[in-house]
Design a protein around this ligand. Structure first.
Ligand code: HEM
Length: 451
């Protein structure tokens, strides 16, 4: 229960089913919250076992959490699945706020996301764009149906692996693309799972998680991914010193067990593997999912598809042999279509969970310490008070609008906002734009059987 300070809490539901299919509930939590918030309003308290969870579904509430109270809410709850995924919270995404998180963020800021690094990886990204076109061309010549999920996964994963891990994973003999995609999907499913241990008092939940096999399923999924990363690291060690230290994995390998500057923080192999897991889950998955949704919306909206392709081809001319990063940003309509896709199909519809570190007040309600916080961007993106005809795919709504990705407009949070916002935003956007420009400039698209 939350204690209201000014207003009374709306008569919200207090207790979603806890036993029952938690597995499913984990993955589709945002649609459950969406329905509930339409009924009960933008501030809701739910109880998951003993844990209070506050769900905020308006841009005003999101701003209060992510801006006014960013510091008091910028830790992450210690959920079982997230701990298993992150080698006991050694990553960035699920780690609690503090020294280790700051150091890891600094490290990726330097080794992966700095403007200098970003520039230096340009040719890798463009190469991967060429490869994407080459593969699709084969299917176009033979008029074969394409599973775009696979094409985009290969493009995004190929790019991010080469940038972050310094290796082209198509050259690995120990794994193929299909297998890797399976591992990532399995990890993604499991990282969303709510374990009973998280919500029921110690002992009982723990026991049920063991007896039901939930715990070992999670463990299994993550250890497959870990084994894969271990292989990648072994390969890196084999090539080792022959290569320059221009990627995150080799830089981290060099730092393992060496104290960083003035702090007591030491990078361990667990940090390295946890970081690799973050990069794959957050980077590869979010980018792939957004591209698939965007193409699906274009297929459903031929008007938008046609307008976009005409603008792309008119802007870039008709004789280009390849797309380069100089071509990005030139096509304004692509930018609008990407924004519209983000708003209707955010890759993290509830962002990542936050937890209050002290009592705060949001929209007049007192939210006590240790409350889990969900920012419901899915519902905010469909709020008729903010958007006209919100369910319609209408990219023109962003024409002449100054709304940016950067987390300053709380009705539009594809990368979150505040201290825990996405550090990979620039890379993510560049990969998205490059992949989409390639598939839309060089190919025309239609649904099977002319549908
Ligand atoms: C289109 C691509 C991407 C989208 C839509 C996206 C979206 C997000 C979102 C919504 C969050 C949660 C923010 C919050 O809780 O407030 C997040 C966090 C994060 N993202 Fe991304 N992301 C993308 C690309 C990437 C890439 C390419 C990387 C790395 C290679 C990356 C690494 C991370 C990390 C490490 C976090 C956790 C930050 C923290 O908790 O401090 N993301 N991302």
């Amino acid at each position: 229960k939350l204690l209201p300070s000014k207003k009374k809490l709306p008569p919200g539901p207090t207790g979603l089913p806890i036993i029952g299919n938690l597995h499913q509930l984990g993955r589709s939590l945002h649609s459950v919250f969406h329905k509930l918030s339409l009924e009960h309003g933008p501030v809701m308290l739910l109880r998951f076992g003993v844990v209070p969870m506050a769900v905020f579904s308006s841009k005003e509430a999101a701003k209060e959490v992510l801006k006014t109270h960013d510091l008091e809410t910028c830790t992450r709850p210690k959920l079982v699945a997230n701990g298993l995924f992150s080698r006991n919270f050694k990553d960035i995404g699920f780690t609690q706020y503090g020294e280790d998180w700051r150091e890891m963020k600094k490290l990726v800021g330097l080794e992966l996301f700095s403007p200098k690094k970003h520039k230096s990886f340009r040719s890798i990204r463009e190469d991967e764009g060429d490869l994407l076109v080459k593969k699709i061309s084969k299917s176009a010549q033979t008029q074969t149906l394409i599973d775009l999920r696979k094409s985009f996964f290969s493009f995004t994963a190929g790019t991010i692996f080469r940038i972050a891990f310094g290796q082209n994973f198509r050259e690995y003999s120990f794994i193929d693309m299909e297998k890797l995609e399976e591992l990532v999907l399995e990890a993604e499913t499991n990282v969303c799972i709510l374990a009973l241990t998280d919500f029921l008092p110690t002992g009982f939940g723990w026991l049920v998680d063991r007896i039901s096999g939930r715990h070992s399923r999670m463990n299994n999924a993550f250890s497959k991914l870990t084994n894969f990363f271990q292989h990648v690291i072994d390969e890196q060690l084999k090539i080792g010193k022959l290569q320059d230290n221009s990627n995150l994995v080799s830089a981290m390998l060099d730092m393992i067990n060496i104290p960083t500057n003035l702090t007591s923080f030491k990078i361990t192999s667990d940090h390295l593997i946890a970081m690799m897991s973050d990069v794959v889950l957050a980077g590869v998955n979010a980018g792939t999912v957004t591209m698939i949704w965007l193409m699906a919306e274009l297929a459903r909206h031929p008007r938008v598809m046609q307008k976009l392709q005409e603008e792309i081809r008119a802007t870039l001319g008709s004789n280009k042999e390849r797309i380069t990063e100089e071509d990005l940003q030139k096509v304004e309509y692509l930018n609008l279509v990407i924004k519209e896709t983000f708003i209707l199909h955010p890759s993290s519809p509830l962002l990542l969970p936050r937890e209050t570190m002290s009592g705060i007040e949001i929209q007049g309600y007192h939210i006590p310490k240790n409350t889990h916080i969900k920012i419901n961007t899915y519902t905010i993106g469909r709020d008729p008070k903010v958007w006209t005809n919100p369910d319609e795919f209408y990219p023109e709504r962003f024409s002449n609008s100054s709304i940016s990705y950067k987390g300053q407009h709380y009705e539009f949070l594809p990368f979150g906002a505040g201290r825990r916002s996405c550090p990979g935003m620039n890379l993510g956007i560049t990969i998205l734009e490059l992949g989409l420009l390639n598939v839309l400039y060089f190919f025309d698209w239609s649904l099977p059987n002319g549908n």
